[in-house]
Ligand binder design. Sequence first.
Ligand SMILES: Cc1ncc(COP(=O)(O)O)c(C=O)c1O
Length: 462
Amino acid sequence: MDRKILLNEQDIPKQWYNIAADLPTPMLPPLGPDGNPVSPDMLAPVFPMNLIEQEVSTERWIDIPEEVLDILYRWRPAPLRRAVYLERFLDTPAKIYYKDESTSPAGSHKPNTSVPQAWYNKQFGIERLTTETGAGQWGSALSFACSLIGLECKVFMVRISFDQKPFRKLMMQVWGGNCVASPSEETNAGRKILEEMPDTPGSLGIAISEAIEQAVTDPSGKTRYSLGSVLNHVMLHQTIIGLEAKAQLKSVGIDKPDVIIGCAGGGSNFAGLAFPFTQDKINGAEIEIIPCEPTACPTLTRAPFAYDFGDTACTTPLMAMYTLGHAFVPPPIHAGGLRYHGMSPLVCQCVVEGLHNPRAIDQVECYEAALTWARTEGTICAPETSHAVACAIQEAKKAKEEGKEKTILFNYSGHGLMDLKGYEAYLTGKLAPYYLPDEELAKTEECLKDYPPAEMRKTGKW
Ligand SMILES: Cc1ncc(COP(=O)(O)O)c(C=O)c1O
């Protein structure tokens, strides 16, 4: 039985896969303040042009620079593992495989994009990056990348996570990053929110506004903003996960999994695993592909598909996506990285098309699954990852009921060794189930009513 399926270093993917080349119906373009599609140069104050080119590219394969690979080799190719101990515990005929992204230096999939983002910025002559972080995973991943590549790094960390996760902040400092709680007094966006809501737990939307503001107001022009999820180029960089997984499954005689699962905050670890297999689905393969989100922040499962801003202060272009509204401040659930009002437009287009079938799971079921996992497989997963674990368990139980020998593949997006507070809340019975009430969704409609409608384009094939 293959419990650890490893690739040789020389077999690391040398190109990223860009799903924009294969979408059955093209995406709706991002819109500027005048309601017209944004042009690449309008994004230039925020991102370097070499990353903007990737953002708008429709080339199917994009080369990974040798210098980026040289850094990724520190932990890549990442292991594909088979969860045989969980399979035995569940007494399921399903085979459960997981891509172990917790082995990166920062402990998650996030360095797969922080490294290339820092590298492209450095190539473009940028000296400083600003960013937001929810759970702290992205802030530490970018601090790590900046320290290797020689850039300054400033991180706005969502207040609730800043308080819950002091060690993440210290990790950022160890890698030379400068981390402040958001909303902060350092930006107009932060000061305005603090005036209106002094006790706010913060949100990714607010932190993004602060980070963008600091980047675009730097008079030297040497600062840019870096985003850890949502954008097309981030999904692109993460496809190294799925490309490796495909080669690893092939090496044990599996041509295609039956079910693919990833937790979805902004969509990047899910897309990273799922997009290379989505290409197969577009070409006729039968695969169920499930992005999993919390019932507390049910973007893909309950929110409308609409044009909305990526941040609270409305500084980004309008993007066509499932969204709870840019003003949405999600409840302070422990999976900080899944508290985002929107979702990757590429993932959203796949959901509209019916290629991906989203599912929402409550945090109590997720922690139950995380404990089952820790007591069978042995590792302690991130609270975000626990959504994928819970979904994999649901699917393995279903396979047992149906008596089917399915292959389930999920993304183990990160470890939870810096997230033990959530486990404490669960173990002491302080964690309650939370379903977003319908009244909250009514606020979403109100928030979105003035923006252009987003047409749901699909072929109807799936
Ligand atoms: C471990 C882990 N998994 C998943 C996520 C969700 O982000 P994304 O949907 O971009 O993968 C995060 C975000 O911080 C994370 O830290």
